[in-house]
Design a protein around this ligand. Structure first.
Ligand SMILES: [Zn+2]
Length: 480
């Protein structure tokens, strides 16, 4: 019997990995095995430690990976999978491949830096501390990527094929429609990956990509994300509040520190800042995009204009490349990054990682969190257990590089920039389905979020909705 096994993002929002095994015969032969996403666990330590465990099936026995999008919680374990012996194709859209080409080596670089730091401080119980994978290993894993355009049917084996449909989550994101055939019967499985905003861009200004997720889907079994299952996005335009927050911080001589995913979210935010400056809504203060991949990220962002919303396209047409704007600096070298620490006039510093789990944002927050003049502004989801979650929750202090840093800066969050649909948007999308799936498994959510969405979908749609559990195997019934 074919089955799906949830190897991650079950009971949590990170580590997305769902294995399909076509399996099926009584002789115990291994079926064709496909991994949908191969993400890194982030956040709480007991989840992060699972990054170090082997997959329940040996990596070399996995035949292919289908990657929905280039966020680390969906793609960040790929180099480790390859390190453990995976040699199959990794299918992704062209923008996702371009994004992984900068994100994965950067992730390897960060893993190496962390290991080196812990070894220097002897702060790890592992001696020596090792990186999960290196920059070099991440680069090597890129050779297995293969292009799958949105809408292109790709046969992976005689019984399994798939195609991507639009997810409208981030640049390059797609849902995977998988078709399984056995004994002349066909089953359609839909893996949503992360689902983008359904409503128009006025209430989702962080959204770069056009329109909403693909409508009119047909599926027998759905594996669906539930990140925002228990929260509603504010419906008002966030730009007046954004302008007020920046203006007030600059007025008291402070700086704004924005933890943000380095690609797409950062670029779109930078365009909004430019627009606010040009229209006189905020003062012209220096903006630093501090990420080793900042310049490459702008190039990838500008390259894939086929995915843009009209709003994004208009902004790019109006303002051109951010790399040429005066007073906007894209830091590249560690020396350039450190120089930002010396800036004592009001400025805006955008740096990654978005959930403050690593990267240069740590240095900026380590330096600017203790000063009440400054503002830390969140424009993205913060998973429990991350430093970002602790700061956003206004804990009194947070541990950075082994030291406790007091949180005295102002902390604010604008939820409108989310790239995830909220419950009313999800229902709006689910109502476009042309059939009622036999079963839907919710993944990629904290238990409270998944549980509330389960209740809502049962009540509003009458669907059979289950919560996926870590390592649980569920059968895909292909005989009825
Ligand atoms: Zn995502």
């Amino acid at each position: 019997m074919a089955y799906i096994q949830f190897l991650g993002a079950a009971g949590t929002v990170t580590g997305s990995k769902h294995l399909i095994n076509t399996s099926g015969d009584a002789s115990g032969a291994i079926g064709f095995q496909v991994l949908i996403d191969c993400g890194l666990f982030q956040g709480q330590k007991d989840w992060r430690e699972r990054n170090w465990r082997d997959t329940p099936v040996p990596a070399k026995e996995i035949d292919a990976v289908i990657l929905t999008h280039a966020h680390l919680d969906h793609c960040g374990w790929i180099p480790r999978l390859v390190k453990e012996g995976f040699r199959g194709p990794i299918y992704a859209t062209p923008p996702t491949i371009d994004l992984c080409g900068i994100i994965l080596p950067d992730s390897g670089h960060l893993q190496e830096e962390d290991a080196a730091f812990y070894n220097k401080k002897k702060a790890s119980k592992h001696d020596p501390a090792l990186p999960l994978y290196t920059f070099e290993e991440a680069q090597q894993s890129l050779q297995y990527f293969k292009t799958a355009h949105v809408g292109q049917d790709i046969a992976l084996s005689p019984e399994l094929s798939f195609r991507f449909v639009r997810a409208a989550h981030i640049l390059g994101s797609g849902m995977a429609e998988v078709t399984l055939k056995t004994s002349g019967k066909t089953r359609r499985l839909l893996f949503t990956g992360d689902i983008g905003r359904v409503l128009d861009h006025k209430v989702a200004p962080g959204k770069v990509v056009h329109s909403g997720p693909a409508e009119g889907e047909v599926a027998d079994l759905v594996v669906m994300e539930s990140t925002y299952g228990n929260r509603l996005h504010p419906k008002e335009d966030p730009t007046p509040e954004l302008a007020a927050l920046i203006g007030a911080t600059a007025g008291r001589g402070g700086s704004v520190v924005v933890p943000a995913f380095a690609i797409e979210r950062t670029q779109k935010f930078v365009f909004i800042l430019k627009h606010l400056m040009e229209s006189g809504q905020i003062p012209h203060i220096p903006v630093f995009c501090d990420s080793p991949m900042a310049i490459k990220a702008v190039e990838v962002f500008l390259k894939h204009d086929e995915e843009y919303s009209d709003e994004t396209r208009n902004m790019i047409r109006q303002y051109g490349s951010p790399l040429e704007w005066p007073s906007f600096t894209f830091a590249l070298t560690p020396e350039e990054s450190k120089k930002i620490n010396e800036v004592r006039i009001p400025s805006i510093i955008i740096s990654s990682s978005g959930m403050v789990t690593g990267g240069r944002i740590l240095h900026h927050l380590g330096q600017r969190l203790p000063d009440p003049k400054n503002l830390v502004l969140f424009i993205g989801f913060q998973a429990p257990g991350t430093r970002g979650f602790a700061i956003k929750s206004k804990f009194s202090e947070v541990k950075i590089f082994g030291a406790l840093v007091p949180i005295r800066a102002q902390v604010a969050a604008l939820e409108q920039f989310s790239d995830h649909a909220d419950p009313p948007e999800l229902l709006q999308w689910l109502r476009t389905f042309r059939n009622r799936p036999e079963v839907t498994y919710l993944v990629h959510g904290e238990p409270a979020a998944s549980g509330q969405l389960q209740d809502l979908m049962r009540k509003e749609l009458g669907w059979n909705v289950q919560l996926a559990e870590y390592l649980e195997k569920v059968e895909v019934n292909v005989t009825t």
